[in-house]
Design a protein around this ligand. Structure first.
Ligand SMILES: [Cu+2]
Ligand SMILES: [Zn+2]
Length: 180
């Protein structure tokens, strides 16, 4: 009896170590990337591109956004890749696979898609450089195939269900690869 339970334990730890190795190889793979070309909501003139790179158990988002109003703007991953409505409401609510409440990306409770705010300078240009933990570009809860939306107002990081961020001024579908 003792021998057979040891054998079971040892084969499951071999599986565990094989799994750990696969995860760390994956994390080092810089080719896991995605991008979003931003299109403007009707009546706005926002443009830009965002690039997403898997870094360990999180995603690093960099890029430039132009022709915003100066100041802070809420930014989130939204559920649907449908940007057909002129006001971008067709993108649905915040990407929320874990059924959390809305919040800030550093808080205890937040939607997976809650990225907080970006800040545009007095010319309306924003440089985006955000790292979000616990987010993936692969697997069941990937953000690829959803959309990124930028709002006209500030995300207060607490109002439900979306931080009172105001109208949607730009959005882009998150697609695999690096784009052109
Ligand atoms: Cu949003
Ligand atoms: Zn949210």
């Amino acid at each position: 009896m003792k021998f057979s339970s040891f054998a079971v334990l040892s084969s499951s730890s071999a599986l565990f170590f094989a799994g750990t190795l696969a995860v760390s190889l994956h994390a080092a793979d810089q080719s896991v990337s995605a991008f979003a070309d931003l299109k403007s909501a009707k009546g706005q003139n926002v443009s830009g591109k965002l690039e997403f790179t898997q870094e360990g158990n999180g995603v690093h988002i960099v890029g430039q956004v132009h022709h915003l109003s100066p100041g802070k703007h809420g930014i989130h991953v939204h559920e649907k890749a449908d940007l057909s409505a002129p006001d971008l409401t067709s993108a649905g609510g915040h990407f929320n696979p874990t059924k959390e409440e809305h919040g800030g990306p550093g808080g205890e409770h937040h939607h997976a898609g809650d990225f907080g705010n970006i800040t545009a300078d007095e010319k309306g240009d924003a440089t985006v450089d955000i790292a979000i933990a616990g987010l993936s570009l692969t697997g069941a809860n990937t953000i690829v195939g959803h959309s990124i939306i930028i709002h006209g107002g500030v995300d207060d990081l607490k109002s439900q269900p979306s931080g009172n961020s105001g109208p949607r001024v730009a959005g882009g579908v998150i697609e695999p690869g690096t784009g052109s």
